[in-house]
Design a protein. Structure first.
Length: 106
């Protein structure tokens, strides 16, 4: 599953003057576009709800990036700020859940 080109355009980091490079890397990972160097190639959620990222050129998830709740809150805010439709949001979240490795106990 992928997000469509319209969603990619709406989430383009340069549209948001306050977007951090870290958030741009997360957005790039989500939509499959490299906005940063290095870019994020894989994200794992630890059993206690933290993010470990693998960046291009790394052989493991060596980058600790904070809590999953913070990322998910920021993505929710970004989707609203980008004026994504309900269908675009649904697809973006489906892509997120498909791509992320979630090791939390369900």
């Amino acid at each position: 599953m992928k997000v469509d080109q319209t969603t990619i355009d709406l989430l383009y980091p340069a549209r948001f003057s306050d977007m951090s490079p870290k958030m741009a890397a997360f957005v790039g990972w989500l939509v499959g576009v490299s906005y940063t160097k290095p870019n994020i190639t894989n994200i794992s959620i630890t059993s206690d709800g933290f993010l470990l990222c693998q960046r291009s050129g790394d052989i493991s998830h060596s980058s600790f990036e904070g809590s999953v709740s913070e990322l998910e809150s920021n993505l929710t805010s970004l989707f609203e700020a980008a004026s994504l439709s309900d269908e675009q949001k649904k697809t973006a979240w489906a892509v997120y859940h498909e791509k992320v490795q979630d090791w939390r106990v369900k």
